[in-house]
Design a protein around this ligand. Structure first.
Ligand code: AMP
Length: 184
């Protein structure tokens, strides 16, 4: 997609992201994507773009991070013709799990995946809604590696550029559709 089209898509996304100050705690401006999700054409365009960037890159599996990473990750998997695997908060997955601890923009947490979520050598695309400090994506990347997967790239709808998460994610392709500066 030429840059002008990406810019146009980005401006449509920005108009459908609602800022919620002080949620879930003081000082955090939460990026609420539900207005985007309710716009069928925009939702489809976002999913198509996230997937198109990784067509032809040999992706075998999309991994989505709970919870909003499921909303975007599952349709991206359908577009790429791959399966989907969830990475979830502790205690949610029913089968045997692998677990990693991580620090979040607000608080700390852990992530789990089923021990058979990834087959050794599978090339993985990791999907989430927002790249903030990068801690969550980094933890999910560790989980994928521990399970024997090969992380081929990451895709996010929004990037909070001022938190410099991208710098923590190394040399992998990291695709985001909208990048916010400190002033939005
Ligand atoms: P981080 O680990 O700091 O990159 O945070 C990323 C995770 O937290 C993603 O799963 C996001 O859904 C969520 N998140 C962090 N900050 C925000 C924010 N300002 N607005 C919405 N979601 C956020």
């Amino acid at each position: 997609m030429p840059d002008a089209e990406l810019e146009q898509l980005a401006s449509r996304i920005r108009s459908r992201v609602r800022d919620i100050p002080d949620f879930p705690q003081p000082g955090i401006v939460f990026k609420d994507l539900t207005p985007l999700l309710s716009d069928s054409e925009l939702f489809a365009a976002v999913v198509r773009r996230l997937a198109d960037d990784f067509v032809g890159r040999g992706i075998d599996l999309v991994v989505g991070i709970e919870a909003r990473g499921f909303i975007f990750g599952a349709p991206v998997a359908l577009h790429l013709g791959t399966g989907f695997a969830p990475v979830r908060k502790p205690g949610k997955l029913p089968f045997r799990t692998q677990r990693v601890e991580y620090a979040l923009e607000y608080g700390s947490d852990a992530l789990e995946a089923h021990v058979d979520a990834v087959r050794p050598g599978q090339r993985i695309l990791l999907v989430d809604d927002v790249l903030a400090t990068g801690g969550t994506a980094l933890a999910a990347a560790r989980l994928i590696k521990e399970l024997g997967g090969e992380l081929a790239g990451m895709a996010f709808v929004l990037e909070l550029g001022f938190l410099r998460g991208r710098e923590r994610l190394g040399n992998l392709p990291v695709h985001t559709l909208v990048r916010y500066g400190a002033n939005g």
